[in-house]
Structure formats: C-alpha cells, structure tokens
Ligand binder design. Structure first.
Ligand code: SF4
Ligand code: SF4
Length: 443
C-alpha cells in the first residue's frame, strides 16, 4: 500500500504532457552564458575570475570561504565579459558573471574521476561534493556537503531519496531516474557510505511506476536500498511530509530532519553526486521540463547552466500561443518571471508557460468560512488567520499562529473556494519577520 501524510491535495498533475518523452539535449550554442552569484542557501559568493580571463568547462568561477557555501562553475569555455547585476529567477537583481561562449567546450583539467575512491575518507568525499558545487537540485538549493554532515549528537537512521516530484507539470526527476538509474543508485551508495548507513529509502509516487520498476530491477532482491511507494499527492515531496510518510516520524516545529534521524536528498542530487565523484563533473547541466498549455514542444531538455530562459524556450519550439504567465518551477511553488532573459541556474527544474485558462490562482472573493484551508494544510496551520494577521501587519499574532512553520506550499490558496491568495500575504509577513530577525530585533 502506498504511504502518505495527513492533509495536502490531489490535483490534476498534467505530467502526461512530458513524462513519456526522453530527455533531449540542447545542442545549439548559446553565445553568452550568465551565472548568478546566488545559487544556493547560505553565504554569498565572490567571483574568482575577472573580465578578460579565459575559462574552461567545469572551471570554478565564483566561491566563498564560508562552510555554508558552494562554488559556481562555467558550463562553457570562453572569455569572461563582465560581472554586473542581473535579474535572478527568484526575483530581484543579483551580481552575475557573463561569459562569452567560444563554442569549443574545452574541459578543465579538474574534470576527471576521483582517484582511489575506495581509500577516500568521508571528509575527502564531502570536499569533492562541495567543490562540485552540489546543492539540493529539487529547488531548495541547500548545500549537499552540509546535509551529508549532520551536527554532532544527531544519530541518523534514515537516508531518504526524495523522488516524489509532486508539483504539477514537472517530470525532469522522473526522466532522470528512468534514464540515469545506475548513477542514481551509485550516488545513493556514496551518500550511504558518507553517513555510515546500511539502508536507504527512495520515496517515489505511484505515478512514476516505470521508474520504480527500473530501479527495483537494477537493485535486485535483498538490496540495502528500498523503494517506497507514495500516494500522488501535493506536497508529498516537502521534506517533513516525506519523512512522515516514510518513517512515521514528525519533525517538530523549528527542528530539522536530522533532529529526528533523517537526511533527505533529491533524486537528481544523488545522480549528480555520482557524476561529481566518478567523473569529476560539477553542476553545469540541468534537465529542465518545458511544459504548460502554451509550450509548442513540451519536453525534458538537457541544457547547460547559464543560458537565458528565452534560449531554452526557443530551442523547445517557442510558444504556440502567448502565455499569460511563465513560471520557473512548478505552478504551486515556482516563481512567475517577467523577463525571459533570466538565466537557468542549478535549481531550475522547469519552465511552465500557462494561458489564463490554466492559471491556478484567481482574484480573491470573501471567505465563506468553510474551513477547507485548515483541513488541507499539510503543516496543520490556520491559513485564514495567518493571512488575516499578515495583512493587518500584526506580526505577534502571526507568530502565535506559527507562521514560520508554513512551508509555502500554496495548498490553502489552491483549495479555497473563494480563491483567497493567502500564500501571498503569508510570504510577505514571513519575509518581514526574517528581515527583522536579521536586523536583530523582535519587532
Ligand atoms: S499555510 Fe502554508 S503550509 Fe499551510 S497550506 Fe498554506 S502555504 Fe501550505
Ligand atoms: S478555504 Fe477559503 S473560504 Fe474556506 S475558510 Fe479558508 S479562506 Fe475561508
């Protein structure tokens, strides 16, 4: 029987647009690549190259000394043109390195397999993962070397591979698992070795049966890696909901998965760990699902990082009708883009182009007090009150209603018959509270 969590929503996942289409590599050369200096959660990066420098594929171009940081690498060979502020997919402007592509794709010397893998210590493996610029590729961008080194005193029992991919339209992880199954299993085994675990669990929704069958066939009987079937439900791929579904453990408010003995990594991240150790390949490519009712040729496209979204859309046949909205990521948690010159980063999982008819959120109408938002909230919060106090800027009351536990899944807004966009209000209040915290005040 498939496992799940309490709350959430069943939705038309629209995955049939792309889930049977093999990954297609974009072969065309993009003349200029753009690499934002913010591609992970943690300390900001500084460039380690300057305008006029020549760079190679896989060469580090930005880094930081902080533990909570990973470098960014060039995905092309060519010349550094400039470092200047540019639009970022998550909104706002961020410094970015512009590189002119020479079209030769000459690899850096560092792009080679790790020597003496068997003899490498955990610290050396974690360093290689860090140096490859590895982050959670599911969208969060949390540095992988930090995740795989839980704080002292946290006993880890579970390594969980997040293969839920529960957002509508997204199928890039699904195709990666199907087409890169060996790398997936290898990456999981490397992570198990680092964590000193004898077992790992792949949590996969039952709408990816072909991938689950292929993984099980490769693993064979009595393998230390188990495939756990999950009900297709949103947000099954949220860390706390995934841990609950697989282990039965609840991550308490304000705590991390490691506090309940779990480490969760995304399926694509596991594949990239294998690539980093076995090939010395940093995160310089990405499978991006291009989908939505306005996409001319929906599919899963393998692209180098740093190309503008407009380039990927052009290579995917453009739009068949003018979209109302273009979203980076899924329609529930993704970010609407207002300028398609924004670049593909490590965490860009999808470009979804939607007409007005496909938009999930409509304008607000008055609340009819049905209670559906609270019934379906996967974090068991009271979204209506959170939204109300957020709008009133009553931050004490939002804290009383545990606003910081909100995972910004958007279920409340989606399920609301009055189409109240509670999430938008909650996000603004959370941002304000985070800013105040950074400034050191409570109010
Ligand atoms: S309150 Fe937050 S966690 Fe709950 S449904 Fe709304 S967005 Fe999701
Ligand atoms: S789901 Fe919408 S209408 Fe129902 S109680 Fe919540 S805010 Fe009100």
């Amino acid at each position: 029987m498939a496992s799940t969590f309490q709350g959430g929503v069943h939705m038309n996942d629209r995955k049939s647009l792309t889930n049977r289409l093999p990954i297609k590599r974009i072969e065309a050369d993009c003349p200029v690549h753009i690499y934002p200096l913010r591609q992970h959660i943690g300390a900001p990066l500084a460039p380690v190259v300057k305008p006029g420098d020549t760079v190679l594929v896989g060469q580090k171009i930005a880094d930081a000394e902080a533990y909570m940081a990973v470098p960014v690498h060039s995905s092309v060979s060519g010349k550094v043109l400039s470092v200047k502020p540019w639009i970022h997919p998550s909104g706002g402007m961020v410094d970015a390195i512009f590189i002119e592509n020479d079209g030769n794709y000459t690899p850096a010397e560092t792009m080679k397999p790790a020597e003496n893998y068997e003899k490498l210590t955990n610290i050396e493996l974690l360093w290689l993962i860090r140096e490859a610029g590895m982050v959670g590729l599911g969208g969060a961008g949390f540095p992988t070397h930090v995740k795989l080194a839980p704080p002292e005193g946290c006993k880890i029992d579970y390594l969980i591979i997040n293969a839920a991919e529960c957002e509508p339209y997204l199928t890039s992880d699904h195709r990666r698992m199907l087409e890169n199954t060996e790398e997936l299993v290898d990456g999981i085994e490397i992570a198990m070795r680092i964590l000193g675990l004898k077992k790992a669990y792949i949590g996969i929704e039952t709408n990816k049966q072909d991938a689950a069958v292929k993984i099980k066939q490769l693993l064979g009987k009595d393998a230390p890696i188990s495939v756990i079937s999950l009900k297709p439900k949103y947000p099954q791929g949220a860390e706390k909901q995934l841990i609950k579904a697989i282990t039965g453990r609840s991550v308490p408010s304000g705590k991390l998965p490691a506090d309940v003995g779990a480490v969760v990594i995304n399926a694509d991240t596991a594949i990239s760990i294998s690539n980093a150790i076995r090939k010395g390949k940093p995160v310089i490519e990405r499978v991006v699902t291009v989908s939505g009712d306005c996409a001319a040729l929906p599919g899963n496209y393998l692209t180098r990082t740093g190309v503008p979204v407009s380039f990927v859309i052009e290579q995917a046949g453009g739009f068949k009708t003018e979209p109302q909205k273009v979203i980076m990521g899924g329609p529930m948690m993704g970010v609407a883009q207002y300028d398609l010159e924004v670049p593909i980063t490590k965490t860009s999982s999808a470009i979804v182009a939607l007409s007005k008819a496909e938009e999930i959120y409509d304008p607000d109408m008055p609340c009819i007090k049905c209670g559906k938002c609270a019934d379906h909230c996967p974090m068991h919060l009271m979204p209506l009150y959170l939204s109300k106090y957020a709008l009133a800027k009553d931050y004490d009351m939002t804290m009383k209603y545990h606003i910081m536990d909100c995972i910004e899944c958007g279920v409340c807004s989606y399920i609301c018959p009055s189409k109240k966009n509670m999430l938008a209000n909650i996000r603004v209040a959370k941002q304000e509270l985070n800013n105040r915290k950074k400034q050191g005040g409570n109010k």
